[in-house]
Ligand binder design. Structure first.
Ligand code: ACO
Length: 426
């Protein structure tokens, strides 16, 4: 396609080039629009705005496709590990065996957190949400590791440090919130097993590593590893565009993820299912409320800005819920309820007409419950998984020769110039 797009404004015609991506996605390049015409675009929620070109993740919302660096997420979930997938996203290729071993060694080297950080943890009020704590602590990492991130080597060490320490810090916040002693990582455990160990090992009951749960955690984190220009990733890019340090950009991404319309939905789904269960299992009432325009209630874990088909991640997680619960002989009434709710919603005219399908958050909480993860830690689990994506997108943006400070425009609708009225005259 070599056509230009023509805009006619005040009798003059302006031409703008059409940009075509590898998968045939098309966009009008309006980077000179204001300069040429004096116009800006208005696009609340950026639903039609491409903020960058990216070679990291491809998704097709109509067909339910998700690929990292071209590889379908289904293949990665089946064959890869979270660390290998993180390497793929950040370095643009799968690692060789030796490189992967080297990464494991580096992760072990970096897995401890400065002991002074415990003082911060101990001083958060007990009721603090773990997402608020994680966001603050990631920002605080900069004070403990203030190296400049200018040369490649320093960026690499910061990336390794973040990926390894965030896992330790998340487990620490759980332990401290329980009033338990912090558990140190074990050098003989890999990434996911080590996390479960740090979360659940106690002096009175040593944690036994369960391979079914380790695999489930690998898959959970692989499926969350990137999702192109979503709310938190765009936040990381925007904050990073001011050339702030990586810790601060990631800390902002964690804060953005916290919201219930974004990553916080995984916690909200379990709370919603629990409320329905307490209401005698009346899921039809939840569906009716979600359809009622006078009611602000939405079916949590349903709908997506891009997917207008079944979210491919939700498909994998739904199947995994059954496998994990079967293999561990667990029965969870919330899984049965979730399935009934899904079935009723998918055959309801409102949900059909609005293309509302379960998203990644609908079934993920059931798996996290099976692992023993407390509900208020669910979004932290999402954040650990999304970290490689945020890092990859940040790296791509700072390396981009077309890099620009993020700075949208607006249409002003306030008062015209008006006189200041002294206080006695008001
Ligand atoms: N329940 C009921 N109605 C819904 C839902 C829902 N979960 N989601 C969207 N709708 C309806 C809206 O009411 C609106 O209806 P209308 O056109 O008749 O007024 C229409 O669908 C479009 O909704 P928007 O909010 O404009 O769509 P948008 O693309 O902005 O929303 C979002 C996407 C925020 C995810 C939305 O579907 C939602 O709130 N879902 C519930 C929260 C959730 O699960 N979030 C996690 C998303 S995945 C992630 O971020 C990790």
């Amino acid at each position: 396609m070599s056509e230009n797009v023509k805009i006619v404004f005040e009798g003059k015609t302006y031409e703008f080039p059409v940009i075509v991506g590898t998968e045939g996605e098309t966009a009008i390049d309006i980077s000179n629009l204001r300069q040429m015409t004096g116009l800006i675009t208005l696009d609340p929620g950026y639903a039609n705005t491409g903020s960058c070109s990216s070679s990291i993740t491809f998704m097709d919302g109509e067909k339910g496709i998700l690929r990292y660096r071209g590889i379908p997420v289904e293949q990665l979930a089946e064959h890869s590990s979270f660390i290998e997938t993180a390497y793929l996203l950040i370095n643009d290729r799968l690692p060789a065996k030796e490189e992967l071993n080297q990464v494991s060694v580096l992760f072990n080297d970096q897995s401890l957190v400065h002991e002074d950080m415990q003082n911060f943890y101990n001083n958060f009020p007990r009721a603090s949400h773990p997402m608020g704590i994680l966001s603050s602590m990631v920002n605080a990492l900069r004070s403990f590791y203030p190296e400049l991130q200018i040369i490649e080597e320093e960026i690499n060490i910061t990336v390794t440090r973040l990926l390894s320490k965030v896992r330790t810090m998340a487990a620490m916040s759980h332990k401290i919130s329980r009033g338990h002693k912090v558990v140190y990582p074990r050098p003989d455990y890999k990434y996911c097993a080590n996390f479960l160990h740090m979360m659940f090992d106690t002096p009175v009951r040593p944690y036994q590593i369960n391979e079914t749960l380790v695999k489930a955690l690998e898959v959970f984190w692989i499926l969350h590893a990137d999702h192109e220009q979503n709310c938190s990733t765009s936040t990381v890019r925007l904050v990073g565009s001011g050339r702030v340090n990586l810790y601060a950009a990631i800390s902002a991404g964690i804060a953005a993820l916290w919201g219930p319309l974004h990553g916080g939905a995984n916690q909200a789904v379990i709370e919603m299912l629990t409320d329905i269960q307490n209401d005698g299992g009346n899921y039809q009432r939840a569906i009716d409320r979600a359809k009622d325009k006078k009611d602000s209630f939405r079916l949590m874990g349903f709908g997506h800005r891009v997917y207008k088909a079944y979210d491919p991640r939700a498909k994998i997680l739904k199947k995994m819920c059954d496998n994990v619960l079967d293999e561990l002989y667990i029965t969870d009434p919330l899984l049965d309820l979730a399935k009934k709710l899904e079935e009723a919603a998918l055959t309801d005219d409102y949900f059909i007409e609005h293309n509302l399908y379960p998203n990644v958050d609908f079934y993920s909480g059931i798996i996290l419950r099976a692992m023993g993860i407390p509900t208020n830690m669910f979004t932290v689990m999402f954040a650990i998984g999304r970290l490689p994506g945020w890092i990859a997108q940040w790296k791509e943006s700072v390396d981009d020769p077309k890099w620009k400070l993020g700075r949208p425009r607006q249409i002003y609708t306030g008062p015209k110039e008006t006189r200041y009225i002294p206080i006695d005259e008001r």
